[in-house]
Design a protein around this ligand. Structure first.
Ligand code: SF4
Ligand code: SF4
Length: 339
């Protein structure tokens, strides 16, 4: 038996997505990192500690996710993890492309890191490496195996595009073999390069999937994977006219922190200088208006305001100009417990 649950936004849980650098050894075709907007610098350990401390009140109700770029390229990631652990964050995750630089598995313990979260975008080497670069597939699988052998829990993130949706079902035996605990399905084009260039050709971006492709494949395969005992999460993406729409920017508590000091509350805003918070002298302070918060307040029949502004091609209208469906907040998830 599996149970599908829409994960409502909660004020009682905070997620801090902390990009400690933007440098990466890979150049994935759908990468959302934008150094012009996010910075090219690598934060010092001193700054990381100061910024973590800014989130330390009620830290046991906060999930902390270390990201990059590739966070294991940061020479002091282990020290940052230990400091965060000492501050008492509710959970600590390291997102990685699987290269696990700096001997990170030997420098942190399962008591300090709740999850290592890997990214794989194809069930086969050919598909994954076409998206993420030569060698990424084998390295990621090897990284997952080594991480599990060291006693850590693992997640796997699969970002769906029309270049790899046909391999989603093929992930089932691979997930069985690997033994990961959680599987996250993401959708291409919510942010980053692919969101910004909707008319680009497949040579420079990965095309989004249509609504019908998404609905025909993702919920079905997600349920099949959950039946194997793996917890599965995927974005809701499409709402019917009757579904309630909520903007996480209004009701939830997420922070997307970048090394140039910008702090966003919405990942779709990250390509624009409309962050609502920033670090100044290591204090988290609000920015001047207009900023993302002003967009969150707008009610439109299409649902997510940012989606409507940056990728209006995602919405279909009837002959009267009424949207056929709403686009959900990208932070609204469906969760299926494994079992
Ligand atoms: S591994 Fe992540 S940060 Fe690096 S290029 Fe790929 S998507 Fe971007
Ligand atoms: S993705 Fe859309 S709905 Fe969600 S926080 Fe951003 S603007 Fe709001």
């Amino acid at each position: 038996m599996t149970r599908v649950k829409t994960v409502a936004f909660s004020r009682h849980r905070t997620n801090v997505f902390f990009h400690i650098l933007t440098r990466c050894n890979l150049s994935c075709r759908h990468c959302y990192i934008n150094p012009a907007q996010h910075g090219k610098n690598t934060l010092t350990l001193k700054t990381i500690k100061a910024w973590l401390a800014a989130f330390s009140i009620n830290s046991d109700s906060k999930n902390l996710i270390f990201l990059g770029g590739e966070p294991t390229l940061h020479p002091e990631l282990a020290a940052a993890v230990k400091y965060a652990h000492g501050l008492g964050f509710g959970s600590i995750t390291i997102d990685t492309n699987g290269y696990l630089f700096g001997d990170i598995l030997a420098k942190v313990s399962p008591a300090e890191v709740d999850y290592f979260s890997f990214s794989l975008d194809g069930a086969t080497r050919e598909t994954n490496d076409r998206i993420r670069g030569a060698g990424a597939y084998e390295t990621c699988l090897d990284g997952i195996q080594r991480t599990i052998q060291q006693g850590f829990k693992t997640s796997l993130i699969y970002t769906i595009s029309s270049s790899n949706i046909h391999e989603l079902e093929m992930m089932i035996p691979l997930l069985d073999r690997l033994g990961v605990d959680r599987f996250f399905i993401q959708v291409i084009g919510l942010r980053g390069k692919s969101a910004l260039s909707p008319n680009a050709t497949d040579s420079d971006q990965l095309p989004q999937v249509s609504r019908s492709q998404w609905l025909a494949t993702v919920p079905r395969v997600a349920a099949m994977i959950a039946q194997r005992g793996i917890a599965v999460t995927y974005p809701k993406v499409f709402l019917t006219a009757d579904d309630n729409f909520e903007c996480a920017g209004r009701v939830a508590d997420n922070y997307f922190v970048f090394p140039n000091g910008r702090v966003y509350r919405c990942p779709l805003c990250e390509d624009f200088p409309i962050h609502s918070l920033c670090f100044q002298e290591n204090s988290l302070v609000p920015t001047a208006k207009l900023n993302e918060q002003d967009f969150f307040q707008l009610d439109i029949p299409e649902g997510c305001v940012m989606n409507k502004m940056i990728q209006p091609q995602n919405i279909d209208y009837d002959e009267n100009g009424v949207p056929a469906y709403k686009i959900a907040c990208c932070l609204l998830k469906e969760e299926i417990e494994g079992g």
